[in-house]
Design a protein. Sequence first.
Length: 345
Amino acid sequence: MSDGKKILITGGTGSFGHTVTRRMLDRNDVQEIRILSRDEAKQDQMRHDLGDDRLRFYVGDIREYTSVERAMKDVDFVFHAAALKQVPSCEFFPMEAVRTNVVGSENVVRAADAAGVESVVCLSTDKAVYPVNAMGMSKAMMEKVAMSYGLNNRVAETTVSCVRYGNVMYSRGSVIPLFVRQLKAGKNLTVTNPDMTRFMMSLADSVSLVEFAFENANQGDLFIRKAESCTIGDLAQAVINLFESDASVDVIGTRHAEKVSEALASREELARARDLGDYFRIPADNRDLNYKIYVDEGDRSQQDFEDYDSHLVERMTVSEIEDLLMTLPEIRSDLSLAGITREGR
């Protein structure tokens, strides 16, 4: 980014958007940050929490094009985080997921194009890979909406890209705050399946992924930050250890449409991916609709790859999970309030 840039963050009052906002406010090249969301109470709380004159708040819904269009005027960069994210609720109300995650995202991309925005980064999830639930399916379609922009606009001035992430630790609705609340209430920890594996990312790492996309994206790129995984059982035990609790783990069974493992990238995507060290860049498939030239010969390279799956990557030990959790300001604050000091960590 260069000096004086204006940024729009959709869904900016969520935990992810809140963290992105704080990071962007630390930059000297940001003139204004606009927050577009439906919740005026959260906006008011955020206004008081951050107290920065560069913040502007827009009450609106990405489902309504006029809301997005109004907030998009004169914006340089857009981070699109607004979404329905809870798997069980999307199972009961799949069309609501479609209206927000698919139609709403199309509104964001279309308004950005009309406003001449420089770059749009759309937030996706590992649940979009081989999706088995409505939330994942709607986010997979969101990715296709984002990528189709470049396929249909070969000389477009607006760059539209996506970032895909795993479980963001201590984000709203994630399991770690639930575990902490259960311990504070003197309860056992509840897990659906202790053998489930999930990728773990801190909010700081997930924001770094967004910044990397803003600075490096080509049209239709998908960026993934490499991450380690752990079992949910080991994660629960690590939280118990940190809080010096004698709680146990109660297995309650799999929830609606949960997967045993999650993939951040499919083998088909990895076949065309570029390894950038801490990140994978997956360029868009830029073939046109003239399929005839692809009928006689396929792509043998796809046979040499496996999915980037939480069951297949290196897994953290309980001790390593504890160390990772101690990097979270929220965990350190919770431990301090509980009167627990972790020497040497």
